[in-house]
Design a protein around this ligand. Structure first.
Ligand code: UN1
Length: 500
């Protein structure tokens, strides 16, 4: 299919994707595939007011009924999986299987949220006073602003939207300027679900805003948007987080990662190599969970590097629509410039570089393609401690597990981590309080490709937010503690006497 067919199959009409000021390019070949109309920042107050009005109605709809809307969204996503997956490939450059996988992640979170819609419960707590009962109730918060990044252009919205909706909140979504088309197509899918759902869903429940920082800033600044969920760079989160906090809003931040794998002497190296290659070069190294640092025991270090350089040399790089391709394009030229600059910095710090060259032969003209880079480092330098959103894997050696864990933790980010070992003591030490300091810590599996069900997010500069699984729903609700007195007395807690 050519670009126009993919856009059409995803339900985008010529009128919707032309005549505007925002040019959207496909990373596959750099072609401009749309000119979109941007949201006028001056319209943001009205848009937010619509969301507030929707909230007043939606919060009174019973949660299991709200779950029905998300169930329908899941059904519509199943029907649209191929078309939306192909559009993710076109707009974000992901290989076909990963484009489809992203839509599957949307379906999975819908299923999760439907179940959750019947499980929004709080505790009952024993009261110290006779004839009293204590409990906690979870209530909706209000409009949730979702700011998402190019690399998971639709799944991250769905993580937030599926939970926010069952929790009783409207959603306003600001996608990356690089990937607004997949957002528009997702909204069309949502609209089909809303239509089937019927009148219980108020107008303005799910809104989309297209444009640059000004529209995002309007969401971040508004006290009428009590929750901001922002995914992207640590730099972006460092601006958004304090602004939301200054107006007493709540933010859910999912920012940079600098994810490591420790490979111990007992590791199954065949499995480790497969995990390393997928997590380091999958999505062309553009996942926040991508493997960026390999900490290998010195006894297996040389063997591992040898196996990896061989595996890297065999990886098909090119058009992500071709079934055999494993490494698609980087999102844009700026991304390759940054990758090349970081490789040079690592080299100047003593790094031994394998691969990492631009690829221009056998790839679509106009796209930005690279060989993944493997860089042997004698130490964890400043360059290694920085997140570069590209397929660079730094390899370091270690002698003791303590040293490996210290290296793993000695970066500003704290998203994902893992260890390959068949030694129970090592595995459990890695997962213990003195082990990995990340939000995600795995054993014998890579750091990327987390499934729906577990809470997703991390510590330190990763921002501390948790999304999608476990009790992440609590981030979209306010907790109310209730004490009910069914006695005819009015005893005070802590035995305080106040007689008059
Ligand atoms: C991201 O890169 O922003 O665990 C999210 C993973 C995916 C999500 C990544 N399920 O790699």
């Amino acid at each position: 299919m050519d670009h126009a067919d993919i856009l059409k199959a995803a339900g985008l009409t010529a009128a919707e994707i032309s005549g505007g000021t925002l040019a959207v390019r496909s990373p596959i070949d750099g072609a401009v595939v749309a000119h979109l109309h941007e949201t006028d920042p001056a319209d943001m107050p009205a848009l937010i007011a619509r969301s507030q009005a929707a909230f007043k109605a939606w919060r009174t709809v019973p949660a299991p009924r709200r779950g029905e809307l998300v169930r329908l969204l899941g059904e519509e996503l199943r029907a649209a999986k191929d078309a939306l997956g192909a559009l993710v490939t076109l707009e974000a450059g992901k290989i076909t299987s990963e484009g489809l996988g992203e839509v599957q992640e949307m379906i999975d979170i819908c299923d999760f949220a439907v179940g959750l819609s019947r499980q929004i419960y709080g505790l009952t707590i024993a009261s110290e006073r006779p004839g009293h009962r204590m409990m906690e109730t979870w209530h909706p918060m209000g409009p949730v602003g979702v700011i998402s990044a190019f690399n998971f252009p639709v799944a991250v919205w769905s993580w937030n939207a599926a939970l926010a909706l069952v929790c009783g909140n409207p959603v306003i979504w600001k996608p990356s300027e690089k990937t607004p088309l997949t957002a528009m197509a997702s909204m069309k899918i949502m609209e089909r679900a809303l239509k089937r759902f019927g009148d219980d869903a108020p107008e303005g429940l799910c809104q989309l805003v297209i444009g640059g920082p000004a529209v995002g800033e309007a969401l971040v600044a508004s006290t009428e948007v009590p929750v901001i969920s922002a995914t992207g760079s640590t730099r972006m989160g460092g601006i958004v987080g304090p602004k939301v906090a200054a107006r007493w809003g709540r933010s859910i931040l999912e920012l940079g990662g600098n994810n490591a794998m420790i490979v111990a002497p007992s590791a199954d190296l065949d499995m480790a190599v497969r995990a390393i290659v997928f997590s380091a070069v999958g999505t062309a190294g553009q996942r926040c969970t991508s493997l960026r640092r390999l900490i290998a025991h010195r006894s297996i270090h040389a063997d591992l590097v040898d196996r990896l350089t061989k595996a890297y040399a065999s990886l098909p790089i090119g058009d992500p629509r071709t079934g055999s391709t494993l490494i698609g394009p980087l999102v844009d030229q700026a991304s390759r410039d940054k990758m090349m600059a970081q490789i040079e910095k690592a080299r100047s710090e003593g790094g031994v570089v394998h691969g990492g060259r631009p690829v221009t032969e056998g790839v679509p003209h106009g796209g930005v393609y690279v060989e993944p880079a493997l860089i042997e480092m004698a130490a964890q330098t400043d360059t290694v401690r920085e997140e570069t959103f590209a397929p660079i894997l730094y390899v370091m050696g270690y002698d003791t597990l303590d040293e490996a864990i210290a290296l793993q933790n000695d970066v500003p980010q704290g998203l994902s981590s893992c260890i390959f070992t068949l030694n129970l003591r090592e595995a459990e030490t890695f997962l213990s309080a003195g082990g990995s300091d990340c939000g995600i810590a795995n054993v014998n599996i890579g750091p990327s490709g987390a499934e729906i069900g577990g809470a997703f997010g991390g510590e330190k500069e990763t921002g501390g937010g948790r999304e999608s699984g476990s009790d992440a729903w609590k981030g979209y609700m306010r907790r109310q503690t209730n004490t009910i007195n069914y006695s005819a007395q009015l005893p005070l807690a802590q035995g305080v006497r106040f007689e008059f």
